[in-house]
Design a binder for this molecule. Sequence first.
Ligand SMILES: [Mg+2]
Length: 228
Amino acid sequence: MDRLILWDVDGTLLTTDGIAAAAMQAAMRQVVGPSAPMERTSYAGKTDWLIIRESFPSLGGDGVAERLHEFIAAYCAGLELQRAALAARSRVFGGVSVLLEALQTTARQAPLTGNIVAAARIKLECTGLLHLLDVEAGAYGDDHYDRAALVPIAAGRAAARYGRTFSGPQIVIVGDTPNDIVCGKANGARTVAVATGPYSLAELAACSPDVALPDLSDTDAALAAILG
Ligand SMILES: [Mg+2]
């Protein structure tokens, strides 16, 4: 148990088929109003907090921070209403469940995701993955707007929960975007990129993760990539 594996959620473990993104946009409209249209990859690898900041620059960083709780309430209410659709239309990527199971006895595993914690929990519940990750040891898009700041937050929570510290390459970041790789490297973590999100294997490899994989379906290859 000398590794702390921090998993990105969307694009890495699962996809919600656009349901969560639509719920998030609806929550932003409800709380603030219409935002500028965003590019397909503009949410990828960003925290929910940062997405709101970029969607409503006129609010300013402090304005968003003050109103974040309103957004969280609206977004969570929207996701709760969509639970049946999330369960029906979300998809766990091939190999993910087997891999998370295979790592249970050798590593601590928690989410590190731009999702606010409540959204991460709902997505993991609706896809049957919640029992495989320690949500309490993770870090989320309502902890900080800067993804790189989430690594020390998760490491601190893990240290408190497990009574030991994890640092440098003992921490492994697994994610599907350049932002995941950047956030891991900024903290000296091992980084594993997986091309099941909006970025190609070549685009991810250009960011120089420790390993880039097309997907997580080859359990032996994924275990080798993660454990080094
Ligand atoms: Mg992702």
